[in-house]
Ligand binder design. Sequence first.
Ligand code: ZN
Length: 158
Amino acid sequence: MSADLTELYQQVILDHNKRPRNRGKLPTANRVAHGDNPTCGDQCSVYLRLETVLGQPDRIAEISFDGSGCAISQASASLMTTQVKGKTAPEVQALYKSFHEIVTTGNAPEEISDLAAFAGVHAFPARIKCATLGWHAAIEALKSDPLVTPTTTETHHD
Ligand code: ZN
């Protein structure tokens, strides 16, 4: 990988850390899961709304995350939400498999773009859990039972 690409990938992490995507509670969520990484102090909740999209059941129609912790954990959760939207649970599992490969080996397949930003994590094994925290929470949320009540009864005035 050229130095320029390394720089570019680091920019992806910095950008997601500075401007997290899909951050905050999702009032319309019908699945939720929480993950934490005590070794680093990272927290991440993932909110999903699964629905039938174009005749295909159980697609992620909306997703958000909320949490706190190190830059790697929060940027990774932010990027994850942008990558899994519109996908089904098996598709998310397949993507996570690629991402896990990237963060544990540093090798990124050609077709994987932004996720390769985390390839540098493989040199810091203690940080792998930071990078995968949001993904674990998303996969747990996909497996979880549907919420009976909305995640929040608050009224938002944005
Ligand atoms: Zn961390």
